[in-house]
Design a binder for this molecule. Structure first.
Ligand SMILES: [Zn+2]
Ligand SMILES: [Zn+2]
Length: 145
């Protein structure tokens, strides 16, 4: 993750909120909501106001450094994003979010949607939910008991 380089490229400084938010997201392997990020910043004595959290997440999302996903319990959260076309899988049990590369060929689907709606489609968000390997193992072990 060369987010520091990306910020430099954009002529943006690594301000306190940007540094704290990126490092919180780096440590978490689950999507974090703005409220959670705000709370974590308080816990870490690195307070960032909720407004500032929202503003910073918007900026980082615009730069493609974070991505919004539907997390655990349909709660929206943010994860760090790799550069390029990626999507996320989210575990329905533990909320873990995993990236996978967007190599899907949606051209047939997109063409039929454009035909049906008259839209010119420019981008898409795609996310799958399921059960991560860890949680699958846990359930299997549980069954054997
Ligand atoms: Zn899981
Ligand atoms: Zn895609």
């Amino acid at each position: 993750m060369d987010w520091q380089e990306k910020l430099n490229q954009e002529g943006l400084r690594l301000t306190h909120p940007r540094r704290v938010i990126i490092s919180l997201l780096e440590q978490a392997n689950i999507p974090l909501s703005p409220q959670t990020i705000h709370q974590c910043s308080l816990d870490a004595k690195e307070e960032i106001s909720l407004v500032s959290v929202y503003r910073t997440l918007d900026l980082l999302a615009e730069l493609g450094l974070v991505r919004r996903v539907h997390g655990h319990n349909d709660c929206q959260g943010y994860v760090l994003a790799s550069p390029g076309h990626y999507h996320h899988l989210v575990c329905q049990h533990c909320g873990a979010a995993v990236e996978f590369s967007g190599v899907e060929d949606l051209s047939t689907l997109l063409a039929s949607i454009e035909l049906e709606t008259g839209f010119k489609i420019n981008e898409h968000l795609l996310q799958f939910s399921g059960v991560c390997p860890e949680c699958q193992r846990r359930t299997e072990n549980h069954d054997q008991e």
